[in-house]
Design a protein around this ligand. Structure first.
Ligand code: FAD
Length: 285
């Protein structure tokens, strides 16, 4: 299908982008375009104006703040995040999740912030950002605010962003730099397909040593954390893996679609939580 007619504007500042949106509500922000243009091509969306944010210098960098937190701008592509030395050293879970999105050419174009703003339940970077207690900064017609990633996703394709709000950056707290673990992802075709099931299991070696995180993708209307499964692993480590797996199986609300059945997804959540807990256990031996 041909794209519907639209206008294009390349903003140079955040203020210009937000103000262009104010002049044309119903416009869409354009980052890498890998979701947006695909949705326009199949007729799912037809914005009259695309506001390109890729040329905004302020959004194109990864910066360490004076307090040690790491800010990732909205125009930074996934490949640059995965290769960034501070991300690799302090937040390897995020680097891993970024490299699981599509194939290399896609990751050179697509952004992490586009991935979360698209709000697919299968968004691979969302599980790492949930586990790392990340926060998004949004700027819109009514001003600026911070949104915890835990409060960001509200449904399939839906977020807590207000009309016209632009996410300018995602901030990773320094305190989250000790999390280590693995992201297990099942899909039909590597590099070409969304996750059928995604399970991240991690443990802190930094602040709060011994604390766990369990985050799931593609098994509920939004990516989600399972605090009860985390608490179970906190108390008893790998010995509690079967119980944590059961809790995670109960917490998910999968659907049946072309990528897998609800029953398969639920079963795999249990298998992958156990696998993740066992992998953490092996690391400490
Ligand atoms: C072949 C293929 C394979 C893929 N594989 C995967 C995969 O394995 N895992 C996965 O998770 N995804 C996958 N995707 C989906 C997609 O590539 C990602 O979601 C990508 O990260 C989106 O980023 P983008 O910069 O291209 O966003 P865009 O397409 O530019 O934008 C996506 C949406 O977010 C909005 N938006 C973008 N930036 C902002 C902002 N700063 N503030 C507010 N709103 C904003 C846009 O208006 C749009 O609604 C795949 C896509 C394709 C085409």
């Amino acid at each position: 299908m041909l794209l519907s007619r639209f206008e294009y504007a390349a903003a140079r500042t955040v203020e210009e982008a937000v103000s262009r949106w104010g002049e044309s509500p119903g416009a869409a922000y354009l980052a890498g375009g890998t979701d947006l243009l695909t949705q326009m091509r199949i007729g799912k969306r037809a914005p009259r104006l695309l506001i390109d944010i890729k040329r905004i210098d302020d959004l194109s960098a990864i910066r360490e703040r004076t307090n040690g937190d790491l800010s990732i701008g909205a125009a930074v592509p996934l490949a640059a995040i995965a290769e960034h030395p501070i991300v690799r050293e302090r937040y390897p879970l995020l680097a891993e999740c970024c490299t699981r999105v599509g194939a290399r050419p896609l990751r050179s174009r697509a952004t992490m912030i586009g991935n979360i703003c698209n709000a697919s339940p299968a968004a691979d970077t969302a599980v790492a950002l949930l586990a790392l207690d990340a926060e998004a900064a949004a700027c819109g017609p009514s001003g600026s605010r911070a949104i915890r990633i835990a409060d960001f996703f509200t449904g399939p394709g839906e977020t807590s962003l207000l009309p016209g709000e632009l996410v300018t950056e995602v901030v990773l707290p320094l305190a989250a730099s000790g999390w280590r673990g693995a992201y297990f992802r099942l899909s039909r075709r590597r590099g070409m397909d969304l996750a059928t099931v995604g399970v991240l299991v991690a443990r802190s070696n930094g602040e709060d040593p011994g604390r766990h995180r369990v985050a799931l993708a593609s098994v509920a209307p939004t990516p989600l954390r399972v605090p009860e499964a985390e608490a179970c692993l906190d108390r008893n480590g790998a010995a509690a893996a079967p119980r944590a797996a059961e809790i995670a199986r109960e917490a998910c609300r999968p659907i049946t679609d072309l990528r897998g059945t609800a029953a398969y997804r639920r079963e795999m959540v249990g298998v992958l939580v156990r696998r993740g807990a066992a992998a953490l256990d092996r690391r400490t031996k």
